[in-house]
Design a binder for this molecule. Structure first.
Ligand SMILES: [Zn+2]
Length: 337
């Protein structure tokens, strides 16, 4: 029996030394010292041992049991010590966890999406085009002759023989070239002007252009669509006003004012006491533009309008400096979540 006990001890020394994790050690503890463990079973057999051998065998049994217990405990301590070394220095498991912060949609993206949603509801498609354009699409096809003073009003960035589009209007030319009327789409996108930056100007900003061509389209359709748009965007109490203006690619052209959303038309600092704020440009498409794009200008008429997303966002959120949209100050952006 003593030989058997020593064999168990030898076996335990080997397996415990090789154990690679705490789970295996626990299994070994059960194997040797559990209710049906090898050592426990030996001790249960002590009753059948002759009386003169009992003290000796009992003593060895206890020694084996204590040695295995000590080996297991020592191995557990070694493993725990090792696990602590793996954790980086200065790591404090009692510190509270870091809060996960959720990202949000940039206010300009949100406004652009709201604008698109309203026009989509009115049956407009979405059209897109390249940021880098040729002079033809950005100017010439839109009725800006090479020496036209309107080109000066849109200070242009040139990239070799190309231009960074100064408006989203080149998209209408590309649409007319590739498809047949009727047309009914909006063209959102980033545009570029070589302007100095201040509270209301930036050299990169965003436009949404609207374009509709069909038989029998009149200025009253344009007014109707824009009335619906502004009332859906800013509220039913909003009024619109159309003032004569000039754009090379529309005739007649108009600026659209809306009743000031801050004072409901009574007059305030924002609207310079006039009760109106300028919101976008629009007009009936100049037949020359339709001709340039091989659209029958006897049969078809249409209108176009273009708005600055930044300007709409300034009014929607009551912000007075366009630069805030581009500084990526988290304290500013968090307010729009
Ligand atoms: Zn006002």
């Amino acid at each position: 029996m003593i030989d058997q006990l020593n064999a168990i001890l030898k076996d335990a020394e080997g397996t415990i030394a090789q154990a690679s994790d705490l789970k295996i050690l626990e299994e070994l503890r059960v194997k040797y010292l559990g209710k049906s463990g090898a050592v426990t079973e030996m001790m249960k057999g002590l009753g059948q041992v002759p009386a003169d051998q009992k003290p000796q065998i009992g003593k060895v049994s206890n020694e084996v049991k204590n040695k295995i217990t000590a080996l297991l405990d020592q191995k557990v301590q070694e493993m725990e010590a090792k696990a602590e070394q793996v954790a980086p220095a200065g790591w404090d498991p009692t510190l509270p966890g870091r809060r996960l912060t959720a990202g949000g949609i940039h206010p300009l993206t949100a406004v652009q999406k709201d604008i698109a949603d309203i026009f989509r509801g009115l049956g407009f498609d979405i059209a897109e085009g390249p940021d880098l354009e040729t002079d033809y699409y950005n100017f010439l096809a839109l009725n800006f002759p090479p020496d036209h003073p309107a080109r000066d009003a849109q200070d242009t960035f040139y990239v070799k023989d190309r231009v960074l589009r100064t408006h989203t209007s080149p998209i209408q030319v590309r649409q007319m070239e590739n498809k047949k009327p009727p047309f009914k789409f909006i063209a959102p996108g980033r545009v570029y002007r070589n302007e100095s930056i201040d509270a209301t100007h930036h050299h990169i900003f965003h436009q949404v252009e609207g374009f509709l061509v069909d038989e029998g389209v009149q200025f009253s359709h344009l007014k109707g669509i824009l009335n619906v748009f502004f009332q859906k965007f800013f509220g039913n109490e909003i009024k619109t006003r159309f003032r004569p203006s000039f754009f090379p690619f529309t005739e007649p052209s108009a600026e659209v004012d809306i009743s000031c959303i801050f004072c409901a038309g009574k007059g305030c600092r924002i609207c310079k006491q006039s009760g109106w704020v300028e919101m976008m440009g629009c007009g009936m498409i100049d037949p020359a533009v339709l001709k340039n794009c091989k659209i029958d200008d006897e049969r078809y008429t249409g209108f176009a309008f273009g708005m600055g997303v930044e300007r709409i966002a300034l009014f929607k959120y009551g912000i007075d400096d366009i630069r805030l949209f581009y500084q990526n100050d988290i304290r500013f952006l968090e307010q729009f979540q």
